[in-house]
Design a protein around this ligand. Structure first.
Ligand code: DX5
Ligand code: ZN
Length: 215
């Protein structure tokens, strides 16, 4: 399986987000994970589309945008224009998921749906045939640097099995607490895109840390 690593900027030195994205790319990160928090869907507020626009001017990245916002349908336009390649929104948000996916596809972007740790796998089944990615949160959304929640592993496996039936090309992304110890567990369960923030940006050697996640 081809494993991708998506470097979460939330774990970077945010006095220089553009330089940090370049450092992650040059160290072998496949994607840049961009966490948007609105202070409503989650309590925290992170960064918005203007900062993303500035970052994408620095280099060519695959921008993996994760919207932790209550009305993704109303905010999509900003992040489509600021250079996202794939946008993932939460099934627990207030937007109609089908409509939100349609907006993304019409704009030529890939669409992902995210599930909080305790949201059942079945919630995403009706959309599996039309989306490119499912993001399984392996910590509660809102903060970087939390510990991996082991109880999410069976859900990854369950979604992989369902996708093998309905949409074999579906990517499964995991987000939260991913490091060299938890990576083998999520890969075994069927994840193929690993988001990592504090582990990667805190590593002495980011290139080696990325290789360890992929190995
Ligand atoms: C949490 C974010 C994550 C976070 C992961 O709400 O969605 O992307 O940055 O950070 P680590 O890898 O430190 O758990
Ligand atoms: Zn995220």
């Amino acid at each position: 399986m081809d494993i991708k690593v998506s470097a979460s900027l939330l774990g970077a030195d945010l006095s220089e987000p553009g330089a940090e994205a370049v450092r992650a790319k040059n160290s072998g990160a496949d994607w840049i994970h961009y966490d948007v928090m609105d202070g409503k869907f989650v309590e925290n507020i992170s960064f918005g589309s203007e900062i993303q626009k500035a970052i994408v001017k620095k280099d060519k990245f695959f921008m993996d945008t994760h919207l932790m916002v209550s009305r993704p349908d109303k905010q999509l336009e900003f992040f489509i224009k600021s250079g996202s390649d794939l946008i993932t929104f939460h099934i627990e948000s207030e937007s109609d998921a089908d409509h939100t996916v349609n907006i993304l596809h019409r704009a030529g972007l890939d669409a992902g749906i995210a599930l909080k740790p305790s949201t059942p796998a079945e919630y995403v089944y009706p959309f599996l045939e039309k989306i490119e990615l499912v993001l399984v949160m392996t910590v509660e959304p809102g903060y970087g640097g939390q510990g991996f929640l082991n109880y999410t592993l069976p859900k990854i496996k369950q979604i992989r099995e369902k996708a093998d039936e309905l949409r074999p090309s579906l990517m499964i992304e995991v987000d939260g607490g991913i490091n060299s110890e938890t990576a083998p567990l999520v890969k075994k369960a069927g994840a193929d895109v690993l988001v990592s923030g504090s582990y990667l940006f805190g590593a002495e050697n980011m290139r080696e840390a990325i290789q360890k996640l992929k190995a």
